[in-house]
Design a protein around this ligand. Structure first.
Ligand code: SAJ
Length: 424
């Protein structure tokens, strides 16, 4: 199978690295995005997102002429769709998957499709989304045949191949991870396997499109349920006056126990989102998956309550002070350690609540950003350096276990709320 030109639709956290890695294998790649700023930035050889090593690869691919970005789709031999699948509210359900972007991408590429092309959906999707995408394509191109009606003999091949890369390690994991390839027919799977063979060193395992969709949702739900277990333990242990970090270390010495780490909640755009795709489709059956989501989503408020308790403790030890005199320092705003990504971050939502509720000074320590989000700034919070915050804080709240925070020496008398167990 020959893929001379490959088009990647959606140049975000998944699409851009994928486009760049394929281009680095000396394949002609056309990246398509509706965001003109992203298109212009990439065509200059720069990147509009933060991901280690990506800038070098994009720069080289654009400079050598293998990668080009555009707003309008152009003909290609394979199309990889990597657009977002957010939620929408519908009939009182807040977490219904919204396929608008997939629909728009299908409509956009349909006019340039030709016989023999391969279309791959990479976006994390509810079960059935690939079939739905194929239906949209068929509707727009009645002159071409698709697997849902023509099976193995279709003009166009369609598959779902979910991305499984870890933000912060995308460039390495894109190449090294195994891929689940869910073709709508065996021929579709074969074509998609050949495409991933261009850059994937992991194994490509074929299955159906629906199983591939569910595999991706299952992986992230598995992690969510396990983090929820750790978070629930942390709340139980707090009540029973047990150090949860020590408890987990001890329990994990059992050869068949591997408990994850509690934290301030689950953030990011995948683990806190994907389980809802299962719950939304099978609400009566997905009881554990739903409860895990609720446990993890409830953790930020529990942390806020803990900080308020800590402020109360400080005030009873310092009866001459009022709440207005208390300085709170939050350590970390990102959704996980050692990255700058604040989107869907429980740390950010805790900090925002604290800034809103606390009348005293609020200092934010986040070594990975150069300016605070406007909302925090407007409410009077200040971005501070580690030393400055430590010098002024009455209450220190550890929200993200960034490398920089691990070696901090805490002053005696400082009231601490440590959601990550690195200052225990
Ligand atoms: N977290 C904990 N405790 C833990 C582990 C994680 O509280 O023990 C929290 C993190 O702090 C963070 C959240 O969970 O807020 C998610 O972080 P993560 O590093 O576990 O995962 P993501 O969201 O960055 O990436 C996940 C990965 N999925 C799995 O590990 C099963 C990645 O492989 C997927 O490609 C990605 O979702 C995705 O795009 O779906």
């Amino acid at each position: 199978m020959n893929f001379d030109t490959i088009s990647v639709i959606g140049l975000g956290y998944i699409g851009l690295p994928t486009a760049a890695v394929i281009a680095s294998r000396r394949k002609k790649v056309i990246g398509v995005d509706i965001n003109q700023y992203a298109v212009d930035t990439i065509n200059r050889g720069d990147i509009h997102i933060v991901e280690p090593e990506l800038d070098m690869i994009v720069h080289a691919a654009v400079k050598e002429g293998y990668l080009r970005a555009t707003i309008e789709p152009e003909p290609a031999d394979a199309f990889l769709i990597a657009v977002p699948t957010p939620f929408k509210a519908e009939n009182g359900n807040q977490h219904v998957p919204d396929l608008t972007y997939i629909k728009a991408a299908s409509k956009a590429i349909a006019p340039v499709l030709k016989q023999g092309d391969l279309v791959i959906l990479e976006s994390t999707s509810p079960v059935g989304a690939t079939e739905q995408m194929a239906a949209w394509l068929a509707e727009a191109r009645p002159d071409l045949s698709f697997p849902q009606t023509r099976g193995e003999d279709s003009d166009i091949r369609v598959a779902h191949c979910p991305e499984r890369v870890l933000p912060g390690h995308v460039v390495r994991e894109l190449v090294a991870n195994d891929r689940v390839i869910g073709g709508m027919t065996a021929k579709c799977s074969k074509a998609a396997t050949a495409l991933y063979g261009i850059f994937v060193q992991g194994e490509c395992i074929t299955t159906t499109a629906r199983t591939a969709e569910m595999a991706k949702l299952t992986e992230n739900s598995f992690r969510d349920v396990n983090i929820a277990f750790a978070n629930e333990l942390s709340i139980i242990c707090d009540k029973l006056d047990i150090n949860v970090w020590e408890l987990i270390r001890l329990a994990n010495r059992h050869p068949r126990v591997n408990i994850l780490q509690p934290g301030p909640g689950v953030g990011g755009h995948c683990i806190a989102v994907d389980p809802w795709f299962i719950v939304s489709e099978t609400p009566d059956e997905a009881r554990l998956i739903r409860t895990a989501r609720e446990v993890n989503d409830g953790k930020p408020q529990w942390v806020v309550d803990k900080v308020n308790e800590a402020v109360g403790k400080f005030l009873s030890a310092n009866p001459d002070k009022t709440a207005k005199d208390v300085t709170i320092a939050c350590f970390g705003l990102a959704f996980k350690p050692d990255i700058d990504d604040l989107r869907e971050s429980p740390a950010l939502s805790i900090a925002t609540k604290l800034v809103h509720d606390s009348p005293g000074k609020m200092l934010m320590v986040e070594p990975h950003i150069i300016g605070l989000p406007t909302q925090l700034q407007k409410q009077g919070a200040r971005l501070a350096l580690i030393e400055e915050a430590l010098g002024q804080a009455d209450v220190a709240v550890l929200l993200v276990d960034h490398r920089e925070f691990k070696s901090i020496n805490l002053a005696k008398g400082l009231v601490v709320v440590d959601t990550r167990g690195i200052w225990e």
